[in-house]
Design a protein around this ligand. Structure first.
Ligand code: ADP
Length: 311
């Protein structure tokens, strides 16, 4: 059953077309990822789902509710953890949970949430005195205090060190295990790959592909990637013509080949036929980053941070 239905969603800010006709459905019980570099339109899309922004066009339903006209009802079933949720700095952790719980008809037990999110010892600590990881755990706890059916978590591990990031991932899995359907917005490929049942790859306001991580990786990049270096000239078109080969990239002396089946065997035989000697053909693991790159020609990675900022 689809808990969230989005069809033809479009939203511009002045001349910036942030979301350009996006369709997806989120099924009950899944962790659904929205993955793309900064500026791709992820936050805008989920803010429309949460009723925080009004779309220019398109249809959005969350458990059958229209986020624009049924916001009060929606708030009872949808928990939202947005980027940099601002809390008054002097508010204590326990007070924040009690305050948020008071907004809901049937809230979760704040004490229980403190326990589950390892914040019991921080009950009387001011929010501003928490570490980054603790603040993220608190913001997820706050998103869950209304006992929502669906939780939207936006860039929840940005700014965390690798250890705190992994701890947060465990918490997200626990959230799903409580029966909460999760929409996870991220620009970290590793996070999406590790946590999500299905992922929408979003590029410049459009969905480039939507599938399970495994299917995205094998369908799009061909499933396997080989790399070798050679001082000899390689007949690239003969390599490309092999049945097993999907794509050949040459950068200086480094050759990267993606494809399927017995790719290494086929490539090594062809290189021997060409009389090309290499430093050894290495098989590398393909990732969502490969899939994203091959679909969009763009990288998910690091420097996208600044690209998004001035878009
Ligand atoms: P993401 O969440 O993928 O980083 P956003 O939805 O935040 O993407 O942004 C998509 C595009 O819309 C970007 O070009 C961004 O600069 C622009 N944008 C986002 N919010 C606003 C806003 N409030 N006013 C104007 N432009 C915005």
């Amino acid at each position: 059953m689809a808990l969230i239905e989005v069809a033809g969603l479009t939203k511009s800010y002045g001349a910036t077309q942030a979301v350009r006709g996006v369709d997806f459905e989120v099924e009950e019980g899944e962790i659904f990822g929205i993955l793309g570099p900064n500026g791709a339109g992820k936050t805008t899309a989920v803010e429309c789902v949460a009723g925080i922004r009004t779309p220019d066009a398109g249809r959005v339903r969350v458990l059958g509710l229209d986020p624009r006209t049924e916001r009060a009802e929606l708030r009872q079933v949808l928990g939202v953890q947005l980027q940099e949720s601002r809390l008054p700095e002097r508010l204590r952790v326990g007070e924040a949970l009690d305050l948020f719980a008071s907004f809901y008809r049937d809230p979760a037990d704040p004490g229980r949430l403190l326990h589950d999110f390892h914040l019991e010892s921080k009950r009387r600590t001011a929010v501003k005195a928490l570490s980054g990881g603790q603040q993220q755990r608190l913001s997820i706890a706050l998103a869950l205090v209304g006992n929502p059916k669906v939780a939207i978590l936006d860039e929840l591990t940005t700014g965390l060190d690798p250890r705190a990031r992994r701890d947060t991932w465990q918490v997200v899995e626990q959230v799903r295990d409580r029966g909460v359907t999760v929409v996870l917005v991220t620009h970290f490929m590793e996070e999406a790959e590790r946590l999500c049942d299905r992922i929408a790859l979003i590029d410049q306001g459009r969905i480039a592909a939507l599938d399970t991580p495994a299917a995205l990786i094998s369908d799009v990049s061909g499933g396997q990637r080989l790399r070798f270096r050679s001082a000899d000239a390689v007949d690239r078109s003969a390599l490309s013509a092999l049945d097993e080969v999907a794509d050949v990239m040459v950068e200086g002396r480094t050759v990267t080949v993606t494809g399927r089946g017995d790719l290494a065997g086929a490539v090594e035989a062809e290189l021997a036929r060409q009389g090309v000697s290499t430093d050894g053909v290495r098989t590398e693991t393909t990732t969502l980053e490969d899939a994203y790159l091959s679909l969009t020609g763009r990288s998910l990675g690091g420097h996208a941070e600044t690209e998004g900022a001035d878009a």
